[in-house]
Design a protein around this ligand. Structure first.
Ligand code: AMP
Length: 127
């Protein structure tokens, strides 16, 4: 069991395959630490996924196991993507699912970046 409570990292997961170049993505940004690409089923006018290049299942795994350099590089990459997309202003939302109750589907840590319209309250049905 990985630190996150998820199974060990699955090298066959879809984002690992994108990182290896086995399947294509609509790339937005890439550097040493991160790759960003458009979500295949966008839930907002802008829906970009930012993923670390290392093999981390989840936020829990990444935050516990990645080096400080990887964490800093990844977080800076997320900010760079938002800036390069011209989202500061009008603003954007970051979201990371972690584990079963969150609905995480792909077991490679990723941050969703949503923008392009007013995004409403944080969780459906709340407020
Ligand atoms: P999550 O539920 O947080 O694990 O989100 C996984 C996201 O990956 C979903 O929003 C999917 O639409 C997206 N996704 C799945 N396969 C691909 C793909 N091949 N390229 C881009 N996005 C994908």
């Amino acid at each position: 069991m990985a630190v996150s409570g998820l199974p060990p990292y699955d090298e066959a997961n879809i984002f690992a395959r994108i990182l290896r170049g086995d399947i294509p993505c609509r790339k937005v940004y890439e550097d040493t630490w991160a790759l960003a690409f458009h979500d295949i089923a966008p839930q907002a006018p802008v829906h970009v996924l930012v993923i670390p290049k290392g093999p981390y299942c989840s936020f829990a795994d990444f935050s516990a196991e990645a080096s400080s350099e990887e964490i800093a590089g990844f977080i800076r990459a997320v900010g760079t993507v938002a800036r390069q997309l011209g989202l500061e202003p009008p603003g954007y939302r970051l979201l990371a699912n972690m584990g079963t109750e969150s609905g995480q589907e792909v077991p490679h840590f990723h941050i969703h970046l949503f923008a392009g319209r007013p995004l409403g309250r944080m969780l459906p049905g709340v407020g």
